[in-house]
Design a protein around this ligand. Structure first.
Ligand code: SF4
Length: 503
């Protein structure tokens, strides 16, 4: 059945990774190590369809656009499907194909870091899958206009790939206000602008989803406002969505069979926060209790949390942790635990003051290392084992700054935390967009050591039983490979990673 508007995303972005949102990070790892066909089967199987080839679940942002377009053009004129089902819906009547993407060229924080570090894949999996989608002959077979949006669309402009991929319009920014007009032009055959930089929507312009989202995502806040210079959410207007609205979207997902609800936010403590980012305990507890009561919800996963509010009012964690642990997705040593992504970024107070002063609010940035250690302690005491990002190569980072981060990692030794160390990346939609990005060539011996220390911690805490395997593999394979590729400066870090000398 051909339809005028067809929405899709690359195969990897149409998967829920077996209901494991943290594994979706692997989209930033190199392709070609394992054949894509096998990865599609085992790592990121496509979302199932509804029996009529429409997608049962889809990325949350795409569901928002779908809701807007269905309101504008009628539900029967808009469909969302996986790439493999495109031939079922794209035909001579199709005027526009809308594509949502988070990492089309693999140049986001995770992709740049891990594709270059591992080094022997040609491109990140996310980029390989996006290329496969764009090279699908159905895209251009009937002259449909191709419109690409989503949080990674800036990469297409930065990478100068718009013409190579035959994309008519790249939408940069939130699509809630602009989407209807762009698709109207496409449907009526009017010329389309090559790039649309969207205006910020008002909260009432942001529609509720009407069909279920992957991972059961529901948005609880949008934007941030703490002003970290490397971060794009801070550029968006901050909203906390009304509880009734959040509940409706969560219920819709649960009714559709999503066992998980991901609470999408850049910091759960922003939810209805007070002046100076003082967390609103009552509102946060009520939010978690409301989701906890929805029938069919087995897992509740808040996306991100800031660290300072945990220390500012630890009672919030004490009240919500039992519900989050009970509905945690991951076991640790045979018992359920909860997890959440947090941003440590650096142990250097100087860099914090320079690039992300607001991150420590409502506490003082001068106390950042103590805030981090206290917050992780409070999380762990309550059964929450966070996944933490750290960024190396921030503009103007000195040896002393890297050492300060190493000291902080040392202070956190033994804590239940999973580190994701990253290269600084200047994404388009942030205040540091013109700054030089960190890359492998400029990594100092100390920064190599920093990466090795983080991963040594991860292996020791999360997979101690595999350590001998990592050691053997690294000794006979990776170590020589890395030394050949990057020189003697990697020797000590690699020895550390495999446990010599023993930490
Ligand atoms: S606190 Fe987090 S979400 Fe807010 S601006 Fe900083 S990095 Fe971005």
């Amino acid at each position: 059945m051909e339809l005028p508007i067809v929405l899709t995303a690359s195969a990897i972005e149409m998967s829920d990774f077996g209901l494991n949102p943290f594994i979706s990070f692997t989209g930033g790892f190199p392709s070609k190590i394992v054949p894509q066909r096998i990865l599609k089967w085992h790592l990121y199987p496509a979302t199932k369809d509804n029996g009529d080839s429409t997608a049962a679940f889809a990325p949350y942002g795409m569901r928002k656009i779908e809701a807007l377009l269905a309101r504008e053009f009628g539900e029967s004129n808009v469909v969302t499907c996986t790439p493999s089902n495109l031939p079922k819906f794209v035909g001579p009547e199709t005027k526009a194909i809308g594509i949502s993407t988070m990492d089309p060229l693999g140049i986001g924080f995770v992709s740049r870091t891990y594709t270059s570090l591992v080094g022997f894949g040609r491109e990140p999996i996310s980029a390989a899958e996006f290329r496969e989608l764009m090279n699908n002959p159905i895209m251009r077979k009937y002259g449909s206009k191709i419109i690409v949006g989503g949080s990674g669309s800036w990469q297409i402009i930065r990478g100068n790939m718009q013409d190579a991929y035959g994309i008519d319009t790249v939408v940069i920014g939130e699509g809630d206000r602009a989407a209807a007009e762009i698709f109207r032009k496409a449907v009526q055959g009017e010329p389309l602008p090559k790039i649309v930089q969207t205006e910020k929507p008002k909260m009432e312009e942001i529609p509720l989803i009407t069909k279920p989202s992957l991972f059961g995502v529901v948005e609880i806040t949008r934007g941030c406002g703490k002003g970290c210079q490397f971060c794009s959410p801070t550029m968006r207007t901050r909203y906390s969505f009304p509880l009734e609205r959040i509940k409706k979207e969560a219920e819709l997902n649960a009714r559709a069979g999503s066992r998980m609800i991901v609470l999408q936010t850049d910091d759960i403590f922003l939810y209805k926060c007070k002046e100076r980012f003082i967390p609103n305990k009552k509102a946060i507890v009520e939010l978690i209790e409301t989701i906890d009561r929805i029938p069919g919800v087995e897992y509740i996963q808040p996306a991100h949390a800031a660290l300072s509010p945990v220390v500012y009012d630890q009672k919030i964690i004490e009240e919500i942790a039992p519900m989050l642990v009970e509905k945690g997705r991951w076991p640790y040593n045979g018992k359920k635990v909860a997890s959440i992504e947090v941003g440590i970024e650096t142990g250097s107070v100087r860099l914090m003051e320079k690039h992300m002063k607001g991150k420590a609010l409502p506490l003082e940035v001068k106390d950042w290392p103590e805030i981090v250690t206290q917050a992780i302690g409070i999380f762990n005491d309550n059964g929450i084992y966070p996944l933490a990002t750290l960024v190396t190569g921030l503009p103007d980072e000195t040896t002393e700054d890297t050492l300060a981060t190493m000291e902080l990692v040392d202070d956190l030794k033994g804590t239940k935390i999973f580190y994701v160390p990253l290269f600084f990346t200047s994404e388009e939609d942030c205040l540091l967009r013109a700054s030089r990005q960190m890359d492998l060539r400029h990594l100092t011996e100390l920064q190599w050591d920093f990466f090795a220390t983080c991963w040594q911690h991860n292996i020791a805490i999360w997979h101690p039983q595999y350590r001998p395997l990592y050691a053997a593999g690294a000794m006979f394979g990776f170590m020589f490979y890395y030394m050949w590729k990057h020189g003697a400066k990697v020797l000590q870090p690699m020895m550390k990673l495999v446990g010599f000398p023993k930490s």
